[in-house]
Write a protein that binds this ligand. Structure first.
Ligand code: OXD
Ligand code: MN
Length: 442
């Protein structure tokens, strides 16, 4: 077995049960991972300099194949149901063993990074994956330790990522051969059978959404955030595809983050170190900040080139409507560093109304705000989840039901208290259809 790269010398992957790995590549730089992806013919470089890959069978999250191990820690704390599905404790080690066996003789990439821009809440994450570009995704999306820190880093959570391995679902009473299983006791996420990178980021989001409200009194939110010249913070709640990333990359405001934030007694902080933007119909005119962030160091997923060129055709959605790009936050020109802001003055609920009934913008009272937050009326847009091919009306509590493992009332109660205390305005914005529903209005 050969090891390359930088690591904490105290750590060995055999500690997690890996046995006969051929090569372990520890904490390669983003450039090394890009080169390796191209060398292994897993990706190509677009003329913008960005790396492009195909994620294969899965081009969106598979929420129905996400599970949480039910044990003494989670039994009475998780809000079990359709979203938070239990996985039997006794099955966890056998499934992990299958993955570990699968890795026998393979080359792996390890990426150490962390979540939470506020150091008080920092969570160290170690991703162990068979794909160089999945390690690169982790490097784009989580916060990047300094070279020196890599020699001492202690991971809090481990993700074992085997996208090409499928299990026999019958053995574990699960729906399908692909899976993402979270184990809060072992602090481990195991992902198999899907290479859709969003599973990695949403796995850690789910972890933080469990830990921060319960243990640290921090409200975890599926929202973007930015900051004005007067240092006023605005946050934008919404399901994927309702405008969080677009509205947060406002040329007149500083970007804090596009998707996952915490609201503590000190203010708002980003969980992530990068953005994960949708690319469908992207143009420099409409979204200049995002368009210009697509360069060397960005990772494009499931796009197609203009035939005969290496120029991306963002209108080509022949693979999926959920074409994506991940890039580090500082690829957006006016991103603030660290990604932290004061208590929000304005809170926007972005709702994609597929019926075209809601007015473009409404100001909500506190009671109305709570009603909307808990009901979460919006639409899923095509592609982000497997099987969704056109806007589908949904009630996604907290504007992100698939990622919130606790009782929604916990998050709603914390939001109400913070809104009241900091006198935030709440606005409901219809970023869906007006003047008629999907297919009729605009
Ligand atoms: C995302 C999502 O991709 O919310 O961020 O699905
Ligand atoms: Mn999201």
């Amino acid at each position: 077995m050969q090891e390359t790269g930088i690591k904490n010398p105290k750590h060995n992957l055999s500690d997690y049960g890996f046995k006969n790995l051929s090569i372990i590549n520890w904490n390669w730089s983003q450039d090394q991972l890009i080169d390796q992806t191209v060398i292994k013919s897993m990706g190509q470089i677009a003329d913008s300099g960005a790396l492009t890959v195909d994620t294969g069978e899965f081009t969106g999250r598979a929420p129905k194949d996400k599970y949480i191990v039910k044990d003494t820690v989670t039994e009475n704390t998780i809000y079990w149901g359709e979203v938070n599905q239990p996985f039997e404790e006794k099955n966890f080690q056998p499934l992990l063993d299958e993955l570990l066996n699968y890795f026998d003789g393979k080359e792996v990439y390890v990426k150490d990074s962390f979540a939470c821009a506020d150091p008080n809440y920092r969570l160290n994450v170690r991703v162990i994956t068979e794909l160089p570009w999945a390690a690169m995704f982790a490097g784009n999306m989580f916060l990047r330790p300094k070279q020196e820190e890599l020699k001492t880093i202690e991971p809090d959570w481990i993700i074992v990522h085997a996208p090409t391995y499928k299990t026999d679902p019958k053995k574990y009473g699960i729906r399908s051969g692909n899976f993402a299983v979270l184990n809060f006791t072992r602090k481990m996420i195991i992902i198999g059978g899907t290479a859709y990178t969003g599973e990695i980021k949403k796995g850690i989001f789910t972890v933080l959404n469990y830990v921060l409200p319960q243990d640290k009194g921090v409200l975890a939110m599926h929202c973007s955030a930015n900051i004005g010249k007067e240092k006023d913070t605005a946050i934008f709640f919404g399901l994927s595809g309702t405008g969080k990333t677009t509205l947060s990359a406002d040329p007149d405001r500083g970007l804090i983050g596009d998707d996952e934030h915490g609201w503590s007694d000190e203010g708002v902080f980003n969980f992530e170190g990068g953005c994960y933007a949708k690319c469908v119909n992207l143009s420099e005119e409409k979204e200049p900040e995002i368009f210009r962030a697509i360069k060397h160091g960005s990772l494009l997923e499931n796009i197609r080139f203009v035939p005969g060129t290496k120029t991306v055709n963002y209108d080509d959605i022949s693979v999926t409507e959920n074409t994506r790009v991940s890039y580090p936050l500082d690829f957006i020109a006016n991103a603030v560093e660290p990604s932290i802001g004061k208590h929000p003055e304005n809170i926007f609920f972005l709702t994609c109304d597929a019926f075209g009934v809601l007015p473009p913008i409404s100001k909500l009272t506190e009671g109305q705000a709570m009603y909307w937050f808990l009901s979460g009326y919006t639409a899923k847009v095509a592609g982000t989840e497997a099987g969704i091919t056109e806007p589908k009306t949904t009630f996604s509590t907290c504007f992100g039901a698939p990622f919130f493992p606790l009782d929604p009332n916990k998050y709603a109660g914390m939001l109400a208290e913070k809104m009241r205390k900091h006198k935030a305005n709440v606005w409901l914005v219809n970023t869906g259809w007006s003047g008629g529903g999907y297919g009729v209005g605009s």
